[in-house]
Design a protein around this ligand. Structure first.
Ligand SMILES: Cc1ncc(COP(=O)(O)O)c(C=O)c1O
Length: 436
């Protein structure tokens, strides 16, 4: 029987100084959060000395594995050279050039700390460039926690109207409802309804913002026709098209969906794997839009820790490793292997489930319907998911309990780790089959 006494004690202590004992509510878990001592490769070790096979991997940020030597060496070197000092560094250019080379279509890039900030900057640019105020986003697409975009992400569709007329829903108490109701929510992968909404409101909309593969509700790629249509219709209405590539930009291919499909947006956001777990995000885009962020041109672009020397050093070390596409191809191969073994075991046991994967990301959907948008993703068997991930957690695999939370592997999830995952998935599927 695994003991979690030290984590339990730490929770009691942490709750006295930190609400819920965690710095982000996504780390809260029942009956109490776990506190880690060390993370290395594919493994995290908690305060009780328990080893957990990590498939959260910093929400997809740690593509090269925990404590990747090339990245930690670069960070240690930078630590000895200094932190932020009111001046820029040559490494900032290395990281910028590396990201632009990877993405190929953007002309310029600027760094922030978090994805949430990068999204805010992109929206300011779009508003200034178009002279319009409203933002359109896709149902189920997550872009951080600011008032106008943390809208209709993980909401019960029964409260949200029909796909033809999605009623924007706030995600949290304290959110500015006037901003929420200004936001237009579009159905993912639905050409006709998206076109109808954009034709109706086009002259009010500054930007259409979406994850070009919806990963924050599992893993749902956009159809090529949908992206082509979006590109065409946003162009027709003079709307700035923004891809949020935080999860796709480097994890699923080199440079993201904009490069991969050749259907480039006007602006895109990158982050997560960009600095292999160090806090760094970026706004990249076409020159005429990005130059608007220069001093005196319009939108503010400020931030004490923007392009922080440590995160920049991490990115400058990470990007060359990701540039050739070898890592992403290897992730695709490993993902396919996990899918094949999971789905054949599910079939054998008579469990309706699929594993959907791209690059390092993967997700289990317990259903037999096709998943094409948020509403089809919600319509899955939450009890089976809970039993499956509960069994995994009990066997030492770190999972997230929300049936729409994605999981990820990394370069450190090698042959042996993958075999352990396959065995754990098989046992968890048996638990689901037994309960059915
Ligand atoms: C697609 C996407 N966009 C934006 C964000 C927000 O980024 P951050 O948590 O760095 O603010 C996330 C974070 O999970 C994300 O997955």
């Amino acid at each position: 029987m695994t003991e979690f006494n030290a984590s339990k004690r730490m929770y009691s202590r942490a709750r006295c100084s930190v609400p819920a004992g965690v710095s982000t509510n996504t780390r809260a878990r029942q009956p109490h959060p776990l506190y880690f001592e060390q993370a290395s490769g594919a493994w995290a070790i908690d305060l009780d000395g328990n080893r957990h096979l990590d498939i959260i991997m910093g929400n997809g940020a740690i593509l090269l594995g925990h404590s990747c030597a090339e990245v930690t060496d670069a960070v240690q070197r930078q630590l000895s050279l200094g932190l932020t000092c009111g001046l820029e560094s040559a490494q900032m250019c290395d990281a910028a050039e590396g990201l632009l080379r990877a993405a190929q279509w953007p002309d310029l890039v600027r760094f922030t700390n978090t994805g949430t900030e990068a999204v805010q900057h992109a929206l300011h640019i779009a508003r200034h460039a178009t002279g319009r105020t409203r933002i359109a986003k896709v149902e189920g697409s997550y872009h951080g926690w600011s008032d106008e975009v943390f809208v209709s992400v993980w909401i019960d569709p029964a409260r949200s109207g029909t796909p033809a007329n999605i009623v924007p829903q706030p995600q949290f108490a304290g959110q500015r409802l006037d901003l929420v109701s200004e936001t237009i929510v579009l159905p993912f992968n639905n050409l006709e309804l998206t076109a109808a909404t954009l034709d109706r409101h086009g002259d009010q909309i500054a930007a259409v913002l979406l994850e070009p593969t919806l990963i924050d509700v599992g893993y749902i790629p956009a159809s090529r026709a949908y992206l082509e249509h979006l590109r065409e219709i946003t162009g027709k209405h003079g709307i700035v098209l923004i891809y949020d590539e935080l999860l796709t930009g480097l994890n699923t291919s080199v440079g993201g969906i904009g490069r991969e499909t050749g259907i480039a947006p006007d602006l895109a956001l990158f982050g997560k794997a960009l600095a292999n777990g160090f806090p760094l995000a970026a706004v990249a885009g076409r020159e005429e839009l990005m130059r608007l962020t220069e001093p005196g041109c319009g939108p503010a672009f400020v931030g004490t820790f923007n392009g922080h020397a440590i995160s920049i050093a991490a990115a400058a070390a990470t990007l060359p490793i990701l540039a050739s596409g070898l890592v992403q191809r290897e992730m695709n191969k490993r993902g396919r292997r996990l899918r094949t073994s999971f789905e054949s075991e599910a079939r054998r046991l008579g469990v309706k489930a699929k594993l959907v994967t791209g690059g390092s990301h993967f997700h289990w959907y317990f259903c037999d319907n096709e998943i094409v948008d948020f509403r089809s993703a919600v319509n899955t068997d939450a009890a089976a998911y809970a039993r499956f991930t509960g069994t995994l957690s009990a066997s030492g695999v770190l999972t997230l309990p929300n049936p729409l939370s994605h999981h990820a592997i990394s370069l450190a999830h090698d042959e042996q780790v993958l075999s352990e995952m396959e065995n754990a998935f098989s046992d968890a599927l048996k638990a689901v089959a037994k309960a059915a």
